[in-house]
Design a protein around this ligand. Structure first.
Ligand SMILES: Nc1ncnc2c1ncn2[C@@H]1O[C@H](COP(=O)(O)OP(=O)(O)OP(=O)(O)O)[C@@H](O)[C@H]1O
Length: 240
Protein backbone atom coordinates (compact mmCIF):
# COMPACT_ATOMS: atom_id res chain seq x y z
CA UNK A 1 0.00 0.00 0.00
CA UNK A 2 1.15 3.53 -0.81
CA UNK A 3 1.39 6.12 1.96
CA UNK A 4 -0.04 8.75 -0.35
CA UNK A 5 -1.66 8.35 -3.71
CA UNK A 6 -2.82 11.27 -5.86
CA UNK A 7 -4.72 10.17 -8.95
CA UNK A 8 -5.70 12.39 -11.84
CA UNK A 9 -6.47 15.38 -9.64
CA UNK A 10 -7.49 18.59 -11.36
CA UNK A 11 -8.71 21.79 -9.73
CA UNK A 12 -9.69 25.17 -11.04
CA UNK A 13 -10.57 28.51 -9.46
CA UNK A 14 -13.17 29.79 -11.91
CA UNK A 15 -11.43 29.83 -15.27
CA UNK A 16 -7.96 29.52 -13.69
CA UNK A 17 -6.61 25.96 -13.80
CA UNK A 18 -4.50 25.45 -10.64
CA UNK A 19 -3.96 21.68 -10.97
CA UNK A 20 -4.17 19.75 -14.21
CA UNK A 21 -4.40 15.94 -14.03
CA UNK A 22 -1.88 15.55 -11.19
CA UNK A 23 -0.89 11.97 -10.31
CA UNK A 24 1.87 10.57 -8.10
CA UNK A 25 2.37 7.95 -5.37
CA UNK A 26 4.61 8.07 -2.31
CA UNK A 27 6.03 4.93 -0.73
CA UNK A 28 6.04 4.59 3.06
CA UNK A 29 9.00 6.34 4.68
CA UNK A 30 9.97 8.44 1.67
CA UNK A 31 10.95 12.09 1.91
CA UNK A 32 9.40 13.70 -1.16
CA UNK A 33 9.89 17.28 -2.18
CA UNK A 34 7.02 18.91 -4.03
CA UNK A 35 9.19 21.29 -6.00
CA UNK A 36 7.60 24.10 -7.93
CA UNK A 37 7.95 27.82 -8.51
CA UNK A 38 5.41 30.35 -7.18
CA UNK A 39 1.97 29.65 -8.57
CA UNK A 40 2.79 26.03 -9.51
CA UNK A 41 -0.19 24.73 -7.50
CA UNK A 42 1.58 23.45 -4.35
CA UNK A 43 -0.75 25.16 -1.86
CA UNK A 44 -3.81 24.14 -3.85
CA UNK A 45 -2.70 20.51 -3.70
CA UNK A 46 -2.13 20.81 0.06
CA UNK A 47 -5.60 22.29 0.48
CA UNK A 48 -7.06 19.30 -1.36
CA UNK A 49 -4.98 16.82 0.66
CA UNK A 50 -6.29 18.33 3.90
CA UNK A 51 -9.85 18.93 2.66
CA UNK A 52 -9.70 22.70 2.98
CA UNK A 53 -10.77 22.37 -0.63
CA UNK A 54 -12.83 19.44 -1.86
CA UNK A 55 -11.56 17.32 -4.72
CA UNK A 56 -13.99 17.45 -7.62
CA UNK A 57 -11.87 15.67 -10.19
CA UNK A 58 -9.59 12.78 -9.33
CA UNK A 59 -8.92 10.91 -6.09
CA UNK A 60 -6.54 11.19 -3.15
CA UNK A 61 -5.74 8.28 -0.84
CA UNK A 62 -3.88 8.56 2.47
CA UNK A 63 -2.67 5.20 3.78
CA UNK A 64 -5.32 3.63 1.57
CA UNK A 65 -8.19 5.87 2.76
CA UNK A 66 -9.99 7.99 0.18
CA UNK A 67 -9.92 11.61 1.39
CA UNK A 68 -13.38 12.24 -0.05
CA UNK A 69 -15.12 8.96 0.85
CA UNK A 70 -13.43 8.37 4.24
CA UNK A 71 -12.27 11.84 5.34
CA UNK A 72 -11.97 11.09 9.06
CA UNK A 73 -9.77 8.04 8.57
CA UNK A 74 -7.66 9.81 5.96
CA UNK A 75 -7.21 13.05 7.92
CA UNK A 76 -6.35 11.16 11.13
CA UNK A 77 -3.28 9.85 9.31
CA UNK A 78 -2.05 13.26 8.17
CA UNK A 79 0.01 15.80 10.09
CA UNK A 80 0.15 19.28 8.57
CA UNK A 81 2.41 22.28 8.87
CA UNK A 82 0.83 25.09 6.89
CA UNK A 83 2.72 27.98 5.33
CA UNK A 84 1.16 30.46 7.76
CA UNK A 85 1.79 29.84 11.44
CA UNK A 86 -1.28 28.95 13.50
CA UNK A 87 0.29 29.04 16.97
CA UNK A 88 -1.15 30.92 19.91
CA UNK A 89 1.75 33.22 20.79
CA UNK A 90 0.64 33.82 24.37
CA UNK A 91 0.33 30.18 25.34
CA UNK A 92 3.26 28.00 26.29
CA UNK A 93 4.64 25.41 23.91
CA UNK A 94 3.14 22.67 26.09
CA UNK A 95 -0.28 24.34 26.20
CA UNK A 96 -0.36 24.77 22.43
CA UNK A 97 0.36 21.09 22.02
CA UNK A 98 -2.09 19.88 24.66
CA UNK A 99 -4.82 22.04 23.12
CA UNK A 100 -4.14 20.41 19.75
CA UNK A 101 -4.00 16.95 21.37
CA UNK A 102 -7.45 17.56 22.89
CA UNK A 103 -8.80 18.49 19.44
CA UNK A 104 -7.51 15.12 18.29
CA UNK A 105 -9.32 13.34 21.13
CA UNK A 106 -6.21 12.77 23.24
CA UNK A 107 -6.13 13.60 26.94
CA UNK A 108 -4.44 12.73 30.23
CA UNK A 109 -1.34 10.55 30.35
CA UNK A 110 -1.67 9.40 26.73
CA UNK A 111 -1.70 12.99 25.51
CA UNK A 112 1.27 13.91 27.69
CA UNK A 113 3.28 10.92 26.45
CA UNK A 114 2.58 11.87 22.81
CA UNK A 115 3.46 15.51 23.43
CA UNK A 116 6.72 14.62 25.18
CA UNK A 117 7.68 12.21 22.39
CA UNK A 118 6.90 14.77 19.68
CA UNK A 119 8.90 17.50 21.45
CA UNK A 120 11.81 15.07 21.92
CA UNK A 121 11.87 14.27 18.21
CA UNK A 122 12.33 17.95 17.42
CA UNK A 123 14.74 18.63 20.32
CA UNK A 124 12.20 20.99 21.86
CA UNK A 125 11.39 19.30 25.15
CA UNK A 126 13.34 21.79 27.26
CA UNK A 127 11.33 24.67 25.72
CA UNK A 128 7.95 23.21 26.76
CA UNK A 129 7.34 25.79 29.49
CA UNK A 130 8.14 28.87 27.39
CA UNK A 131 5.53 31.01 25.71
CA UNK A 132 5.66 30.80 21.93
CA UNK A 133 6.27 34.54 21.71
CA UNK A 134 9.66 34.03 23.42
CA UNK A 135 10.84 31.55 20.75
CA UNK A 136 12.75 32.47 17.60
CA UNK A 137 11.30 31.65 14.18
CA UNK A 138 13.19 28.37 13.83
CA UNK A 139 12.01 27.07 17.20
CA UNK A 140 8.43 28.10 16.47
CA UNK A 141 8.59 26.06 13.27
CA UNK A 142 10.05 23.06 15.10
CA UNK A 143 7.23 23.34 17.57
CA UNK A 144 4.66 23.37 14.79
CA UNK A 145 6.23 20.21 13.38
CA UNK A 146 6.10 18.61 16.84
CA UNK A 147 2.44 19.59 17.10
CA UNK A 148 1.75 17.96 13.72
CA UNK A 149 3.16 14.68 15.11
CA UNK A 150 1.14 14.54 18.35
CA UNK A 151 -1.67 12.34 16.99
CA UNK A 152 0.80 9.87 15.41
CA UNK A 153 0.25 10.56 11.68
CA UNK A 154 1.68 8.37 8.92
CA UNK A 155 2.10 11.21 6.43
CA UNK A 156 3.53 14.64 7.25
CA UNK A 157 2.72 17.54 4.91
CA UNK A 158 4.76 20.72 5.13
CA UNK A 159 4.00 23.74 2.94
CA UNK A 160 7.22 25.75 2.47
CA UNK A 161 8.11 25.33 6.16
CA UNK A 162 11.36 27.29 6.03
CA UNK A 163 10.02 30.53 4.56
CA UNK A 164 11.44 33.52 6.42
CA UNK A 165 14.01 31.54 8.43
CA UNK A 166 17.76 32.12 8.56
CA UNK A 167 20.17 29.61 7.03
CA UNK A 168 21.00 27.79 10.28
CA UNK A 169 17.33 27.33 11.19
CA UNK A 170 16.50 26.17 7.67
CA UNK A 171 19.24 23.56 7.82
CA UNK A 172 18.18 22.36 11.26
CA UNK A 173 14.54 21.95 10.25
CA UNK A 174 15.41 20.27 6.98
CA UNK A 175 17.64 17.81 8.85
CA UNK A 176 15.02 17.11 11.51
CA UNK A 177 12.36 16.29 8.95
CA UNK A 178 14.72 14.06 6.96
CA UNK A 179 15.36 12.19 10.23
CA UNK A 180 11.61 11.70 10.67
CA UNK A 181 11.43 10.11 7.21
CA UNK A 182 14.33 7.82 8.10
CA UNK A 183 12.27 6.71 11.11
CA UNK A 184 9.43 5.67 8.78
CA UNK A 185 7.24 8.75 8.42
CA UNK A 186 6.27 9.66 4.86
CA UNK A 187 6.98 13.32 4.15
CA UNK A 188 5.68 15.65 1.45
CA UNK A 189 7.65 18.91 1.67
CA UNK A 190 6.54 21.72 -0.64
CA UNK A 191 9.34 24.05 -1.59
CA UNK A 192 10.87 26.08 -4.37
CA UNK A 193 14.36 25.77 -2.86
CA UNK A 194 16.55 22.99 -4.25
CA UNK A 195 19.12 23.20 -1.46
CA UNK A 196 16.57 21.63 0.92
CA UNK A 197 16.56 18.45 -1.14
CA UNK A 198 18.99 15.52 -0.75
CA UNK A 199 20.11 13.34 -3.69
CA UNK A 200 18.14 10.32 -2.44
CA UNK A 201 14.89 12.26 -1.88
CA UNK A 202 11.96 11.81 -4.24
CA UNK A 203 11.17 14.98 -6.17
CA UNK A 204 7.80 15.73 -7.70
CA UNK A 205 8.30 18.72 -9.98
CA UNK A 206 5.09 20.72 -10.30
CA UNK A 207 4.85 23.52 -12.84
CA UNK A 208 1.75 25.42 -13.92
CA UNK A 209 -0.42 22.79 -12.28
CA UNK A 210 1.18 19.80 -14.00
CA UNK A 211 3.64 17.16 -12.77
CA UNK A 212 6.69 17.40 -15.02
CA UNK A 213 8.57 14.52 -13.39
CA UNK A 214 8.70 12.33 -10.25
CA UNK A 215 12.11 10.77 -9.61
CA UNK A 216 14.89 10.71 -7.03
CA UNK A 217 16.71 14.07 -7.00
CA UNK A 218 19.98 12.49 -8.16
CA UNK A 219 18.29 11.19 -11.29
CA UNK A 220 16.74 14.54 -12.12
CA UNK A 221 20.09 16.27 -11.58
CA UNK A 222 21.65 13.57 -13.77
CA UNK A 223 25.21 14.03 -12.42
CA UNK A 224 24.79 17.80 -12.70
CA UNK A 225 23.07 20.32 -10.47
CA UNK A 226 19.42 19.89 -9.38
CA UNK A 227 18.89 23.67 -9.58
CA UNK A 228 20.09 23.78 -13.18
CA UNK A 229 17.87 20.84 -14.09
CA UNK A 230 14.89 22.53 -12.39
CA UNK A 231 15.50 25.80 -14.26
CA UNK A 232 15.88 23.93 -17.54
CA UNK A 233 12.54 22.20 -16.92
CA UNK A 234 10.54 25.17 -15.70
CA UNK A 235 12.44 28.23 -16.87
CA UNK A 236 12.37 29.48 -13.26
CA UNK A 237 14.84 29.67 -10.37
CA UNK A 238 15.16 27.34 -7.40
CA UNK A 239 17.43 29.16 -4.99
CA UNK A 240 16.70 31.53 -2.14
N1 LIG B 1 -8.38 31.51 -4.34
C1 LIG B 1 -7.87 31.59 -5.57
N2 LIG B 1 -8.56 32.18 -6.57
C2 LIG B 1 -8.06 32.23 -7.82
N3 LIG B 1 -6.86 31.73 -8.19
C3 LIG B 1 -6.14 31.14 -7.23
C4 LIG B 1 -6.58 31.03 -5.88
N4 LIG B 1 -5.64 30.39 -5.16
C5 LIG B 1 -4.64 30.10 -6.03
N5 LIG B 1 -4.94 30.55 -7.26
C6 LIG B 1 -4.12 30.41 -8.46
O1 LIG B 1 -3.87 29.02 -8.65
C7 LIG B 1 -2.51 28.82 -9.08
C8 LIG B 1 -1.81 27.91 -8.08
O2 LIG B 1 -1.65 28.64 -6.86
P1 LIG B 1 -0.98 28.00 -5.56
O3 LIG B 1 -1.10 29.01 -4.45
O4 LIG B 1 -1.55 26.66 -5.34
O5 LIG B 1 0.54 27.87 -6.02
P2 LIG B 1 1.84 27.63 -5.12
O6 LIG B 1 2.69 26.69 -5.88
O7 LIG B 1 1.44 27.24 -3.75
O8 LIG B 1 2.51 29.06 -5.10
P3 LIG B 1 3.24 29.82 -3.87
O9 LIG B 1 4.59 29.21 -3.79
O10 LIG B 1 3.26 31.24 -4.37
O11 LIG B 1 2.39 29.63 -2.65
C9 LIG B 1 -1.89 30.20 -9.20
O12 LIG B 1 -1.98 30.62 -10.54
C10 LIG B 1 -2.76 31.06 -8.31
O13 LIG B 1 -2.77 32.39 -8.77
Amino acid sequence: MKALSVRNVSYRFGAKVALDDVSFDLEVGRFAALLGPNGAGKSTLFALLTRLLVTRQGQIFVAGFDVRAAPRAALARIGVVFQQSTLDLDMTVARNLSYFAALQGLSGAAAQASIDAALDRLDMRERAGETVRALNGGHRRRMEIARALVHGPEVLLLDEPTVGLDTASRRAITAHVHDLAEDGLTVLWATHLVDEIRPTDDVVVLHKGRVLTHQPAAEIACSGDLGDAFIAMTGEGGRQ
